[in-house]
Design a protein around this ligand. Structure first.
Ligand SMILES: Cc1cc2nc3c(=O)[nH]c(=O)nc-3n(C[C@H](O)[C@H](O)[C@H](O)COP(=O)(O)O)c2cc1C
Length: 189
């Protein structure tokens, strides 16, 4: 893969703020990023079958139709992985949480397949304020980074984005995302 930045857009809503942010960043980082829509990848939730405890690094749910393994491979290839996600009930949407839980295969064996890579996030919610709005999602993503051997980089938190075109309409929020992208290790165009 030529791209060194993985943009994991985590909303199930098509054409909403997550997709807009992913494409904004993709345009700002020409040729450097790969967008994945996590909710479209058929990632099934962990069923705690214990398979990974017996077969380190493997998962009984891996099939060609299930996107979890491919997502982890994308993370290993990229230098920087950015989770772009709305808050759902103070956490990640269920499809994204399913992906996080599938990290259990690495947690179970202590393998750190993405060692040295960076994980960060752009998180947003409809609420205009609330210091705990992003707490659940952040804690979970930090723990995912730990399980994969990645460094966690402070996320960007955006308030007051609700309708599907809220980000598109907010010059300030768009600017903050592009400013944040400068920390990916390259200047946006
Ligand atoms: C099921 C559901 C739960 C939500 N829970 C919250 C919440 O707890 N706090 C909040 O501020 N916004 C919440 N929202 C609003 C979304 O975070 C917001 O609309 C966001 O901009 C959606 O991003 P998207 O356009 O990428 O789908 C929720 C939306 C849905 C559909």
């Amino acid at each position: 893969m030529a791209e060194d930045i993985l943009l994991a857009a985590c909303s199930p809503r098509r054409g909403g703020n997550s997709d807009f942010a992913a494409h904004l960043l993709q345009e700002a980082l020409p040729g450097r990023s790969l967008v994945r829509r996590v909710a479209d990848l058929g990632v099934r939730p962990c069923i705690s079958c214990g398979f990974c405890a017996l077969h380190p690094g493997f998962c009984s749910l891996d099939t060609p139709e299930d996107g979890a393994k491919a997502l982890f491979e994308d993370m290993q290839r990229a230098r920087f992985c950015l989770v772009i996600s709305p808050v759902y009930f103070y956490h990640l949407p269920a499809q994204a949480k399913a992906w996080v839980d599938r990290t259990q295969r690495f947690w179970a064996c202590g393998e750190k397949p993405a060692h040295g890579r960076i994980l960060s996030a752009v998180l947003f919610g409809a609420r205009p304020r609330g210091e705990k709005l992003f707490e659940g999602a952040e804690r979970t993503l930090r723990y995912m980074a730990l399980a994969l051997g990645m460094s966690w980089q402070e996320p960007l938190r955006l308030y007051g984005l609700d309708g599907p075109d809220a980000l598109e309409k907010s010059a300030e929020a768009r600017e903050r995302i592009l400013e944040y992208a400068k920390g990916f290790g390259g200047e946006p165009a």
